[in-house]
Design a protein around this ligand. Structure first.
Ligand SMILES: [Zn+2]
Length: 386
């Protein structure tokens, strides 16, 4: 089965061989075969295919790669959001509320909530979604959350070291022993990645290193929540361990920026978190100018960033973080792929997965230029319109 998408006014390929930051092709067409991109070029030269979508001059971009979400949970925290918007500062303490609700929820409830959120993300153009555990924080519940996450994505992340759960408060070492022992043994077959919330009030540098090293020894690859609420060792640790990504990167020293710029660790920025906690945004311009690779992701979670919308993140990144529209679209597609060490997504060139979004707009610029407007018209995942 092959699919021709034609009359594309502006095709964003992210193919460096096509020039410019986004490898844009005008008056383009694309052919997908067996779920992958088989051909890209001028519409007038397009080969025949079994099925055809005429997009009438619209822009087509690679599907978004949302490399950071926490989508397996129960209940919301709207009241906490109201309190924060009324002046209560964010400290991460509300995570315990979601842990309690998630432990109490049965599989069916969690599965239905997850499916709803994944459909919501797909509808806004996300075609690859990473999902973390981290609201179970017991061996049985972390295993359960990863099993559910695995039903919707291969990009699953073990985040047993999200916070120290209530029953272990004051016993950090004992909890780290659980996370790196029985919990990791249960989680490792279900996860690709290991993550830790390296932050004052969560896990310090030593505990974070212990968790990530144990995960790596169990065959998982490291990524890290770093430098969100204040300066800290997270970014340094990410680079030291060769992590695929350091996520948040809100409070960076010059040394942190230099370390990211001279390493393969991607700086993943999560502007939904700063938006929903009314905090200063990370400085994407500083990272880009230094030569770091920048990704954008939603951090979708019920506490500090309850959005599944990559277009929203792009708009905020352009307005508040000094990114150009092209840089933000690249960061939300190819950047996310780099943060997941994937070369088969985040681009639309032959061999890539045929994951794309057709916009109700003539150009990718409209994603930032028309904030809050639902611009994703059609989403194609692995060559199939959804
Ligand atoms: Zn997160």
């Amino acid at each position: 089965m092959s699919l021709l998408v034609t009359n594309i006014g502006e095709l964003v390929t992210n193919d460096p061989a096509r020039g410019g930051p986004l490898g844009v092709v005008g008056d383009a067409a694309l052919v997908a075969e067996h779920g992958h991109v088989a051909w890209v070029g001028p519409a007038r030269h397009a080969p025949q295919a079994d099925a055809r979508i005429d997009v009438h001059g619209a822009a087509v971009i690679p599907g978004f790669v949302d490399s950071h979400t926490h989508l397996v949970f129960a209940a919301d925290r709207a009241a906490e959001f109201v309190a924060r918007m009324s002046g209560t500062p964010y400290t991460g303490g509300g995570i315990a509320t979601t842990v309690a609700a998630t432990r109490d929820a049965d599989d069916g409830t969690l599965r239905a909530n997850l499916a709803r959120l994944v459909a919501e993300a797909n509808g806004q153009g996300s075609t690859t979604i990473e999902v973390k555990s981290g609201y179970g924080l017991s061996t049985v519940d972390e295993e359960r959350l990863l099993r559910l996450a695995r039903e919707v994505t291969d990009e699953t992340t073990f985040l047993g070291a999200h916070v120290v759960p209530r029953e272990y408060v004051g016993r950090l070492e004992e909890y780290v022993a659980l996370v790196t022992g029985p919990m990791l043994t249960a989680a490792a077959p279900l996860a690709r990645w290991v993550d830790v919330f390296c932050e004052r009030g969560a896990f310090d540098e030593d505990a974070s290193r212990t968790v990530l090293r144990a995960g790596m020894a169990a065959g998982l690859q490291p990524r890290i929540h770093a430098n969100q609420l204040g300066p800290g060792p997270g970014v340094r640790l990410a680079v030291e361990l060769g992590a695929a990504s350091a996520d948040h990167c809100t409070h960076l020293s010059t040394e942190d920026v230099d370390a990211l710029a001279s390493s393969a660790t991607v700086a993943t920025l999560l502007p939904g978190a700063e938006f929903a906690t009314r905090s200063p945004y990370p400085d994407a311009r500083r990272l880009l100018d230094a030569g770091a690779t920048v990704a954008l992701a939603t951090d979708a979670n019920p506490g500090s960033s309850f959005t599944t919308s990559m277009p929203f993140c792009i708009a905020v990144a352009v307005r508040e973080m000094r990114m150009t529209p092209a840089e933000a679209v690249w960061a939300a597609t190819a950047g996310g792929a780099a943060a997941l060490r994937r070369d088969d997504v985040g681009r639309l060139s032959p061999g890539a997965r045929a994951d794309l979004a057709v916009l109700d707009a003539p150009s990718h610029v409209h994603l930032a230029y028309r904030p809050g407007v639902p611009l994703v018209r059609t989403v194609v995942i692995a060559g199939e319109a959804t």
